[in-house]
Design a protein around this ligand. Structure first.
Ligand SMILES: *Cc1c(COP(=O)(O)O)cnc(C)c1O
Length: 357
């Protein structure tokens, strides 16, 4: 096969137009030219976040944004509730523990979505935050963020959402869904190189920022807000990644957000049906909560072999992570993935499955 098919879960494939947008002379982040770029990107991102809140630009991967939420909105000893459904939500709980928060984990089995009633049983007037991963990239399962937002609306808890593998591929309505903090990063559904995270903060969360006692500088939200008034950042950002995200957003608004979400759903549905036709199983226990930006396929003991065999056929997908490394492989529909890519993937998978069984 001469054409390669890239269906990765992050970093995702970068469209040629986006690569070309970075092929420019260097310029300073203290210029009007830079400010115009940042203003355009954050204005467009507000439409993807569906928020009136400002969107901030952080130079870091997604994990930096995770850490920033803890540093800025909480203090040691604060009680927080974290439903864990896989590697990324486990990691968020772990990071909160490292900072000395009083973390109440609500664990679910890998492959399950978080049961909101079980999580709400742990939320009391003392709860300062609930951290939910929108789309658990390790297990290919999403959480119902809208329903969580409804349940948490009149509580004292900040609703913090890691949508690193969601935003741009899954519809999000920050304001309508009562989300207090939500973030993503450049290298997933936004089809750009790694290097930037984007984060928005509600008025309720700003009050918590005022109370937080942790020291911080690089990720200080108040400093970010000062600089954002001039459409700048505290320190030198990854300007080239911002150029790339700007072009990605141009492409996304040309296609239309509703069309993008529909394409992610349709491509995922084709994969799910194709995989079942080949006699393979989804890792998600309930198909209703199977992620629309990546599909995790359960192949006990055979993940590495399958990923390698697909690679030999020009189809680039990802293996499992952590405890699932041998048993799950993951195929991304995130970002720049077409229906034709899905068909080529399914053809290659059929060939691979017929040879290894
Ligand atoms: C990719 C990802 C992250 C962050 O990963 P980085 O490598 O730090 O960008 C966080 N959460 C989820 C759900 C992810 O998919």
């Amino acid at each position: 096969m001469e054409k390669k098919v890239y269906m990765m879960v992050g970093p995702t494939t970068i469209p040629q137009r986006v690569l070309n947008a970075m092929n420019v002379e260097s310029f300073s982040h203290r210029t009007d030219k830079y400010s115009a770029l940042q203003e355009k990107v954050t204005t467009n991102l507000k439409k993807i976040f569906n928020t009136e809140n400002e969107v901030f630009v952080l130079t870091s991967s997604g994990t930096g944004a995770m850490e920033a939420t803890i540093q800025n909105c909480f203090s040691a000893g604060d009680e927080v509730v974290v439903p864990t459904i896989g590697k990324f939500s486990d990691q968020y709980a772990h990071m909160c523990e490292l900072y000395g928060l009083n973390v109440i984990r609500v664990p679910f089995e890998n492959g399950e979505t978080a049961d909101i009633n079980k999580v709400m049983e742990k939320v009391t007037p003392k709860t300062r935050g609930v951290f939910v991963v929108h789309n658990e990239s390790a297990t290919g399962v999403f959480n119902d963020i809208e329903a969580f937002g409804k349940a948490l609306k009149d509580t004292n808890a900040l609703f913090v959402v890691d949508s690193v593998s969601g935003l741009g591929g899954l519809e999000v309505k920050m304001d309508e869904w009562n989300i207090d903090i939500i973030f993503t990063s450049s290298q997933k559904a936004l089809m750009a190189p790694p290097g930037l995270a984007f984060l928005a903060i509600s008025d309720k969360a700003w009050a918590y920022v005022e109370e937080s006692k942790f020291p911080k500088y690089y990720f200080d939200f108040k400093l970010a807000r000062e600089h954002n008034k001039k459409n700048q950042t505290l320190v030198t950002p990854t300007i080239y990644t911002l150029l790339a995200v700007n072009e990605s957003l141009n492409i996304m608004f040309e296609e239309g957000l509703d069309n993008i979400y529909k394409r992610h759903e349709e491509n995922t549905q084709m994969i799910i049906e194709g995989v079942k036709r080949l006699g393979l199983a989804l890792f998600a226990k309930d198909e209703k909560f199977a992620s629309k930006t990546l599909t995790a396929i359960y192949v006990p003991g055979k993940s590495k072999e399958i990923v390698k065999a697909l690679g030999e056929r020009g189809v680039i997908v990802n293996g499992g992570i952590g405890a699932l490394a041998e048993d799950v492989f993951r195929v991304g529909t995130m970002g720049y993935v077409s229906k034709n890519d899905v068909l080529l993937f399914l053809n290659a998978l059929e060939d691979v499955v017929s040879k290894i069984n």
